[in-house]
Design a protein around this ligand. Sequence first.
Ligand code: ATP
Ligand code: MG
Length: 561
Amino acid sequence: MAEHIENAVASEEVVSVNFIEAEINKDNEEGVYGGRVHTRFPPEPNGYLHIGHAKSICLNFGLGKEYNGSTNLRFDDTNPEKEDVEYVNSIMEDVKWLGFDWTGEVRYASDYFGQMYEYAQKLISLGKAYVDDQTAEEIRQTRGDFNTPGTNSPYRERSIEENLALFEDMKQGKFKDGEKVLRAKIDMADPNIVMRDPVLYRIVNAEHHRTGAEWNIYPMYDFAHPIEDAIERITHSVCTLEFEVHRPLYDWVLVDWDDTEIPRQIEFARLNVTKMVMSKRKLRALVEAGLVSGWDDPRMPTISGLRRRGYTPSAIRDFCNRIGVAKADSTVDIALLEFCIREDLKLKAPRPMVVVDPVKVIIDNYPEGQTEIVTVENNPENEELGSREVTFGREIYIERSDFMEEPVKKFFRLAPGKEVRLKGAYFITCQSVIKDENGNITEIHCTYDPETKSGSGCTRKVKGTLHWVEASTAVDMEVRLYDYLLCEESDNKDFIADFNTESLQIMHSKGEASLATTVAGDHFQFLRQGYFVTDKDSEPEHIVVNRIVGLRDSWAKQQNK
Ligand code: ATP
Ligand code: MG
C-alpha cells in the first residue's frame, strides 16, 4: 500500500519532455541559437480560430514561457481575397482570452512585402528564380507525379535581366491575374514534388485589407513563411504535419538569407476532435449556409463559440496539456474536452435549482398564501461557497421527467402514492393528477409531511430527491440545450449534409429567484441537470442560459474501464 502511494507521488513529479522540447534542448546544448528560443503563432486572418488553433497557441506561447523566450503573434496575410480585419480582431481577442500575450507589437506578413520582393530579386539575380508565362493548368500538367519527373518550362532559361524586368512589370500591375508567375529554379526531377520549381509569386489584382492597392503580386505561403520567420528571427517555427514535405523548400528559400541564425521548421500532429469540424473553410461554410447563428454559435468548435458555450480558458488549456504533442495524427474524443470543463467548474460553480421542463405540483395540505425560507448549500462539494435562502410554498415546479403515472421498475422519483424528498425542504407524496383534453398532465397534487423538513432530524428514508422551484417567486428562463454539431453517424466528410438539425433545443424553464440577477458569463451547475452559462443574449427581463455539458461523465467511466 505504502509503495503504491509513493509511486503515485513520483509519477506526478515526472516532467515529461515532448519531442519539440527535446529538439530545443538539443539546440540549446549545441548553442545553435545562442540559447535563444523565439516562437510565433502565425494565423491567416481568413476566419475565426478553432480548438485546433488553441493547441498551437498553447504550444507556441507555452514554449516561449517555458524557455524564458519570446512568442510573436503574426498575421500571415498574404491572401488578400480571403482575409478581413474582422478576423484579425477576433484572433487577437481569442489569444488574449486564452491567457497569452505576444512579444512586442502584433506582426503582419504584409509589412514585409517590400523585403520579400527584394529577396525575390536577389534569387533572380543568383539565377535561382524565373518568370514563367505558363498557365496554372500548364504548370500543373508539367509537374509530373510520384513516378514521373516533371518537364522544364520553355521559359526556364530566360536571362536574369529579362526576369528582373518582367518581375518588375508584374509588380507594376502590367499583367492580368494568372498571366505570369515567379518560380523557383530548383529541379523538375526532384523526387519531392514540392521542389519541382515551386511558384513563389502570383499576380492578384485585389485590394489588401492593410496594403490597399499597393501590390499586384503576392508571395506564396512556402516563400513568404520562412522569410517572415527569418525577419522576426524566429528560432523554432512550429507547424502542423502536412508541412513536413515542404521543409526542404523552407530551408531552400533561406539559403541566401543574410543571417547567421536561420530558423528551423518543426512539425507536430494537428488536433482532430470527434464530432467536430476543424477547418476555417468548413466552419465558414456552416456560417454562410445559415446552419448556425454565426462564428460564435455555442455549437461551433471555434474559440469564440466555446467561450459562448461556457468553456473557460483554463479548461481549454488543461485539455491542450492533456492531449500533449505528438508526431502522428490522431483524433481526440470530445468527451475529454467535456471532462476538462466539468473538472474546472465542479468546485467553482454554484448549484442553483432550475426546472428545465416544468410541471406544476400543488401541495394541498400546505397553507394557502404561506411561504417559508429554506437554506440550501451553494455547492455541497465546496463549503467555501456558503449557502443561500430559497423560498418554498404551496405551488412548486418539478421536472416533467421526474414524474411517471405508471412507474417502471427502479423509477424512484414521483409517482401516484410514492413519496420523494424535495431538496432542502420536505417529503411529498403524490395523491392525484389533473390532465388536459389531450391527456397531458397539467397539475400533480401532493401532500407534504411537516415532520420531514430538511435538517429537522427526520430519520425516515426515501429513495428519490428532486430539485424544485417555488412557483410565485420563480424566474422564467430560456434554456438552450445543445447537441453535437454533426449527427451521430457522421464520418466527418460531408459536414453540411451531416449537420445535426436537432443540435439546438430551446426550453421554457423555471429558475429559483436568485437567478434573476445573472449576467452573461456566469457559470452554474444546475442541480441534477449539468453545467450552464448565462448567454450574451440574456437580459434581466429575458434570461437565457446555455447548457455547456451534462453531468454524465462518460470520459471518467471510459477511463475507469
Ligand atoms: P484551417 O485549415 O483550419 O484554416 P490553417 O492551418 O489553415 O487551419 P492557420 O491560420 O494557417 O490555419 O493556422 C495558424 C496556426 O495554427 C498554424 O501554425 C497551424 O499549423 C495551426 N493549426 C491550424 N489547425 C490546427 C490544428 N487542428 N491543430 C493544431 N494546430 C493547428
Ligand atoms: Mg489555411
